[in-house]
Design a binder for this molecule. Structure first.
Ligand code: F6P
Length: 364
């Protein structure tokens, strides 16, 4: 009697992030080598499902990619089968193409679809699951803002790049006695700013979770100057905002599940600090640099653990779940809960407490 090989597909959605290829490798290798499954790669996120763009992956596709940044499958931050953007002349029209997506997926005869992505991708994955597709999620984002996991892969690589940026900025800040502002990504959460700010010895760390007062920042900078520290480093999350004020929106991407793109708060704050203190202030925006390049060893290990665990979930037919890490153990977390909003930094986070105790200001 011949046993039918299981067939799974992998899709990557949302922004690129160090470690995606390491997850693809882990899922595909374990599925192929240990479970004798057939593995398909869907191209460009949910676009590939609508357009039937996919390819069978063989062992060589999954090999030699552990250290590579980006995603070999391509990705999309805008494709959403439930609200699919179609260009009509010079305007966009939105259509629910989920029936096409489901039909195409069913035609592929999949035993499971592994969706690697952040809140947008996994929110769509949950809807597909409710519509009958056997889905397993893997949490991906440099922002570390996903519920159900203590850490997302890519986060520590981004922190490491941001920290190197802050270290390098110190040189100019100290030599020219300037205030240097380093703006980092993180969307509506301050995880990257907090971790890189602590690791880089930022004097002031500004995160969305703690709205700041310009006056507090100006006083801190002046106080450092009187104490002989003639420079200050401010690490600010792109989603930070003044108390009673607003976030700075860089652009709207109409066709995206989350259309707001943040960026620019660092420049605004820089002008305000310079005016308030009379001290020369410059801003550097790290932006997409944080998403590029090779994952650090921690993320390679995390990606391998999460990817192989995803295959276990498939074997156990535990669909509608995302793999995650809780207190150093691999867990399965319901996708339904992931979609309930971002995981923000709690007010009493031990790292905030520790930083305050060594004189770091949060601008509040
Ligand atoms: O979610 C990852 C992230 O890099 C956020 O930190 C940032 O706000 C956003 O994506 C930027 O998106 P885009 O690549 O569309 O500019």
């Amino acid at each position: 009697m011949t046993i039918k090989r299981k067939r799974i597909a992998i899709l990557t959605g949302g922004g690129d992030c160090p470690g995606i290829n390491a997850v693809i490798r882990a899922v595909a290798k374990k599925a192929m080598l240990e479970k004798k499954m057939e593995v398909i790669g869907i191209e460009d996120g949910y676009h590939g499902i609508i357009d039937n763009r996919y390819r069978t992956l063989d062992y060589n596709d999954a090999s030699g990619i552990l250290t590579l940044g980006g995603t070999l499958l391509g990705t999309s931050k805008t494709a959403n089968p439930y609200r699919y953007a179609l260009q009509k002349g010079n305007r966009l029209e939105f259509k629910n193409l989920s029936k096409i997506a489901i039909k195409n997926l069913k035609n592929l005869g999949l035993d499971a679809l592994v969706c690697i992505g952040g809140d947008g991708t996994l929110g769509i994955a949950y809807r597909l699951f409710k519509d009958g597709i056997p889905i397993v999620g893997v949490p991906k984002t440099i922002d570390n803002d996903l519920r159900g996991t203590d850490i997302t892969f890519g986060f520590h690589s981004a922190v490491s790049i941001a920290t190197e940026g802050i270290d390098r900025i110190h040189t100019t800040a100290e030599s020219l006695h300037r205030i240097m502002i380093v703006e980092v990504m993180g969307h509506k959460a301050g995880w990257i700013a907090l971790y890189s700010g602590v690791a880089g010895g930022g004097d002031i760390i500004l995160i969305p979770e703690i709205p700041y007062h310009l006056q507090t920042i100006a006083e801190k900078v002046r106080e450092r100057n009187t104490k002989g520290k003639r420079f200050s480093i401010v690490v600010i999350a792109e989603g930070a905002k003044p108390k009673g004020g607003d976030i700075v929106i860089q652009r709207f991407v109409q066709e995206s599940p989350d259309p707001i793109r943040l960026g620019g708060i660092g420049f605004l704050l820089g002008k305000q600090i310079e005016k308030a203190t009379g001290l020369e202030t410059r801003t550097v925006v790290m932006g997409h640099l944080l998403r590029g390049g090779s994952p650090i060893p921690f993320d390679r290990i995390l990606a391998t653990s999460l990817g192989t665990k995803a295959v276990d979930l498939i074997e156990d037919k535990k669909f509608g779940y995302m793999v995650g890490i809780k207190e150093n153990s691999l867990i399965a977390f319901p996708l339904k809960e992931v979609a309930k909003g971002p995981k923000l930094i709690p007010f009493n986070h031990p790292m905030i407490k520790a930083s305050r105790s060594i004189g770091t200001s949060f601008g509040d």
